[in-house]
Design a protein around this ligand. Structure first.
Ligand SMILES: Cc1cc2nc3c(=O)[nH]c(=O)nc-3n(C[C@H](O)[C@H](O)[C@H](O)COP(=O)(O)OP(=O)(O)OC[C@H]3O[C@@H](n4cnc5c(N)ncnc54)[C@H](O)[C@@H]3O)c2cc1C
Length: 585
């Protein structure tokens, strides 16, 4: 049966043994009270909420979907109650600063919380998923009166937030946004326009909600330099309803429990957040937080697909295995988990889940250090690393979340194709994460053009130096020679491709764009090579012999069977001469 068992052991192993996050917290004065014990308690409680409260709403929410009734959107049954329990437990405020009424805990723990929520119910998790990004945007860019009025409600989660960017003619290209903001005498603006695809644009989870709307003031320059950001609440401060409405719900392939709204703003009252025409900079704060969140969706799906496929493969008996288990042989057939083809799938899912969790959590550690480390140089370095890792986490994890769910479906054979077994919903839900929050192609372009070539490859070289630091650690232990060689090979390939692209992109400006997707995937596999090396180092030091052997086997499987996939990406990224013809008319 499809169910969620929070992978608390693996999460603790990642946080404590692989990343040694408590040592990082000890370098951050704001996290003086955080330690491994406290983190374990948070994970246990979050796991209980995800498994006991949220997971039971997942399949019914998919079947029921959202409804637009009398102009208002209703989320599926159970979603509102689950959200109330979430707020009552204080989860939205986990990583908000104590000065703002938050708990002041590391983002790493917030990432672990969201991994579990997203495994349990992706659609539901879309509603609170933007809270932290909105908190950071308002804290940094809103005027003091606006902050005073809205920030406490966002910190507590009492009011939810929607991010309103997309319009029919403006998808990846936000420079084409047309929604108008007309200044009003009292300092507010009136918003006119239509947005599409707005997640949580309207719903009944909370009594009020606020939209952060990308819009254009009169006489603003064309393109992204003329965009402003406005906060537009569903209810005005005097209690009356604002002039905004949900004109329809998008009919989607998956995440049916998430309300994806067409929103009309008919002179809705709003207030600018940040400077006029500087809206995109303010919005980027929110979009960056959302990109990590979407990457965690990929991880959540991978974990869910992996653990359920493993359970099923042990129960399902079909055909005799080439190598049978020792002892009496009563059954005519063996569990499919014994067949090599299924073993490859199951071991691949487990190794990817563990490796990608290390990568995602490491990104969260960088975000924590960027904000809280006592050393300014370390804060700056962490911010550079977070900038490089975020697009990889978004695109690489969502790629594997979907591909992994798709591969897992095969384990159920024909049953996997039916609605009753859970994996079919997992595949449908996982697909969207490659598209929204900047498509994976846009993430790859951002990584290569802006973050890598933009500084001549210096930032990425610095990151690769840190990864390559673990080559020496592996070389010091003969049992880890395999990991040293693989990590070195991947770091060298990454350096060569980065240097070539940074050096020679000028004479062929289209070259980086032709290979940006390969570059991001190659870097993803390089990070996996590092993650499995770190996993093996930590497992070697684990006094629990059974756990150590299990993790070493998983890291070894990933390194031997999956890393070769990564090498072709670096080969293509470095091949400047491969022709890419125009597509025929
Ligand atoms: C379920 C769902 C929820 C969403 N939630 C929100 C939300 O809450 N708020 C919001 O504002 N939006 C939301 N969106 C919109 C989403 O962010 C956009 O769909 C996405 O940004 C892509 O825009 P588009 O669909 O117009 O595709 P297009 O921009 O038309 O792109 C089509 C294809 O062309 C590719 N492409 C475009 N330009 C380039 C280029 N320069 N180089 C290479 N490839 C390129 C894209 O990668 C894509 O594969 C949501 C969408 C969905 C489906």
């Amino acid at each position: 049966m499809w169910r969620y068992d929070p992978p608390l052991d693996d999460m603790r192993f990642t946080i404590e043994a692989v990343l040694d996050a408590p040592a990082s917290w000890s370098q951050c004065p704001d996290f003086a009270d955080c330690d491994a014990g406290m983190a374990r308690q948070v994970l246990e409680q979050a796991g209980r909420f995800a498994a006991e409260v949220l997971a039971p709403t997942n399949a019914p929410g998919d079947l029921h979907g959202c409804r637009l009734e009398g102009g208002s959107v209703r989320a599926p049954p159970g979603f509102r109650d689950a959200y109330r329990a979430f707020v009552a437990a204080g989860w939205p405020a986990l990583a908000c600063d104590t000065a703002d009424g938050g708990q002041g805990l590391p983002k790493l723990l917030d990432a672990a919380l969201y991994e579990m929520l997203l495994s349990a119910n992706h659609a539901w998790s879309m509603y609170p998923g933007l809270l932290h990004g909105a908190y950071r945007t308002l804290k940094r860019h809103a005027s003091p009166p606006l902050r005073e009025r809205y920030l406490p409600h966002v910190v507590s989660g009492e009011w939810l937030v929607a991010m309103a960017l997309t319009e029919p003619q403006a998808g990846s290209d936000l420079g084409l946004v047309r929604t108008a903001a007309r200044p009003h005498a009292d300092g507010s603006v009136r918003i006119h326009g239509t947005k599409i695809f707005i997640s949580g644009g309207d719903h009944d989870l909370t009594d009020d909600l606020v939209h952060l709307v990308l819009c254009r003031l009169p006489d603003a320059p064309a393109g992204t330099r003329g965009l402003s950001l406005a906060l537009v609440p569903r209810n005005l401060p005097d209690g009356t309803r604002n002039a905004m409405s949900c004109a329809g719900l998008e009919r989607k392939m998956g995440i049916h429990g998430s309300a994806t709204c067409v929103m009309n703003y008919d002179g809705a009252t709003g207030w600018l957040v940040g400077e006029p025409n500087r809206g995109l900079a303010a919005m980027f704060v929110m979009m960056n937080a959302a990109r990590l969140h979407v990457g965690l969706q990929g991880l959540g799906h991978l974990e869910m697909a992996s653990q359920n496929a493993l359970r099923y493969a042990h129960e399902r008996l079909q055909m005799r295995a080439a190598r049978r288990a020792d002892g009496p042989q009563p059954a005519a057939a063996d569990p499919i988990a014994r067949h090599p083809a299924m073993r490859r799938t199951l071991l691949g899912l487990a190794a990817l889940t563990q490796g990608l969790r290390i990568v995602a959590y490491w990104c969260a550690v960088q975000l924590d250090e960027a904000d809280h480390h006592h050393d300014a140089a370390r804060r700056e370095r962490a911010a550079r690393f977070a900038g490089l890792l975020t697009p990889v986490v978004k695109a690489f994890l969502t790629h594997h979340g979907f591909q992994g769910a798709n591969a897992a479906l095969q384990v159920w054979g024909g049953y996997g194709y039916l609605r009753d077994y859970g994996i079919e919903q997992c595949v449908r839900d996982a697909r969207i994460a490659l598209i929204y929050e900047g498509t994976n192609e846009i993430q790859a372009i951002d990584l290569l053009m802006r973050t890598t070539i933009g500084d001549g490859g210096a930032g990425l070289t610095e990151l690769l130096d840190v990864l390559a630091g673990d080559v020496a650690r592996c070389e010091a232990d003969p049992a880890l020679a395999l990991y040293a060689a693989a990590l070195k090979r991947h770091c060298d390939a990454a350096r060569d491709a980065t240097a070539a692209l940074a050096r020679r992109a000028d004479d062929d400006p289209e070259w980086p764009l032709r290979v940006a997707d390969d570059f991001l995937m190659g870097l993803g596999y390089t990070l996996l090579a590092w993650a499995w090396a770190r996993m093996a180092i930590a497992a070697r030091a684990d006094p629990d012999a059974a756990a150590s052997a299990r993790r070493l086997a998983s890291a070894r499987f990933g390194t031997e069977w999956l890393l070769p996939d990564g090498e072709r990406f670096w080969q293509r990224a470095a091949n400047r001469d491969a022709r890419l013809p125009d597509v025929p008319d």
